[in-house]
Design a protein around this ligand. Sequence first.
Ligand code: EUG
Length: 580
Amino acid sequence: MCKPTPVPSLNASHSGIPTRLEKEAQATKEKTYSLKTLPDSVPRKHPVKLPPNTSQENFDLAITELRKSLVNNDAVEINDKPLVDGWYMEHPNTHDAFHIADQEKLVCSAVAYPSSVEEVQEIVRWANRYLIPIYPISMGRNLGYGGAAPRVPGSVVVDLGREMNKVLRINGENASCMVEPGVSYFKLYEEVQKSGFPLWIDVPDVGGGSVLGNALDRGVGYTPYGDHFANHCGMEIVLPDGSLLRTGMGSLPGPNGDDNPTWESFQHSFGPSIDGLFTQSNFGIVTKMGFWLMPATEHQSYMITFPEEEQFGQIVDAIRPLALKRVLGNIPQLRHAIQELAVTGRPRTDWYSGSGPLPRDVVRDSISKLPVGNISWIFYGTQYGDATSITSQLSLIKKEFAKIAGSKFYLPSDLPPDHYIHSRVEVCSGIPSIRELSWLNWKPNAAHLFFSPITPTNSSDATKIHHLITTLHEKWGFDLFPTLCIAGREIHYITNIVYDRSDAEEKARARKMMKEMIDAAAQEGFGEYRTHLLFADQVAGTYDWGGGALMRFHEVIKDVLDPNGILAPGRNGIWPRGLS
Ligand code: EUG
């Protein structure tokens, strides 16, 4: 394939790469492109996808009016050009870059770029006048869960991030910040460094996402502040009627018209706590959000390997008490050996030329040649605090895991400089990275889809869901890439399904496997914490205790706040009256 263009820098674009990672990003992109067989774009099969029940004439009228009400000349773009999947750092806002269905299935009709909260309000009022569904995105990097794509094809995507991307303030004393939707982890990190305050941000596995958007989807990271929603403080929201709301202490006006001085200090206000209503929902557009930052500290990452596949339950049971007692410093990850192969960035054909899933003996032979040797599971943890407490924590942790036969403990200094653990050191101390993208070289034109059930932290439940997922991966012919984020009481069991975007048959198989996993898991009482747009209805349908009491509650709120059903209809399975 052709040589890829330079990766946009953070100086030039809100969604770009910081200077410190420019070389690595370019090399990663070039490697991925070297495996690409798909052209950058193909001619569109269909004309512009219009919003539902909207004639071309009304659409043109509506767009003309929208253009007039927004200040920037290029504030509205019609989605009529060829669709370009791009690359992680140049992701599209026109469709799902990781299209698990046809590339043209989930497309918007147009993209609007508001440059202020007032313009967001204008857009919402406009949508109500023309009954055109709008779909807000912060950065649109929700890859594996639908990217920037709207649930209802033909919606107008409201790309908040391009123009609204400021870190509004960083408070060094309060250890907090207030951000707009277009602030990525990369950007917040740079801004905190510039501020000079000794503070950390918390980052997920890859750093290109929106801090605000990730928290609204209830994403996680890997410092002690890893629960992103739990560490938010204060929101500003444009409601579906165009009115503006501030939650928490932001609802109490500050002196002289200033923002309330405790907005980023206390999460609640007086009366019900409503912030959660704006996560994984379609009840409002969040335009500002506060976050707590962690005081920088000493830290020590480590890795523990386990030789046997069957030790899985034992590992889970060893983690639980350590996590419950908060001996473990962060939400650790437990990964399967096959990830150790994938995260090297080498394609699967380097290890195996067959078509089905990698046979276990091939994984064993391959992993045996890597520095960790013949192992089945790898645990990545990090401890925090002063050197003395880290030492005492580590001795407790080592003692517990040493009870598992054949386990081995490593510090980063025990492993070669190109080992993945060094990227874990960064992620677990709040430095955003792109190393995790290496997985995307596993197959040509690779994309991924997450299956993300929650299980209690105990060996019998965790083993049950692990077997269910393993069996269905074998049945449908996919390599199993489990990454488990293990807390004291629950596990986010993240399954990374990697597929070739050029292969319609493989994509259909991945969709069928996903459907079957969702149903089979629900029958055993397991549900997903988050899912791709295309599976939202099915997942929402599994949370049906009491004859669907929860969804009825969501729908009552939806219809009161958004009687015209213009805001992200169908998001997380919540449909407005008359559209389900
Ligand atoms: C990961 C973790 C997630 C998620 C998607 C991916 C990690 C991948 C804990 O949540 O939703 C390595």
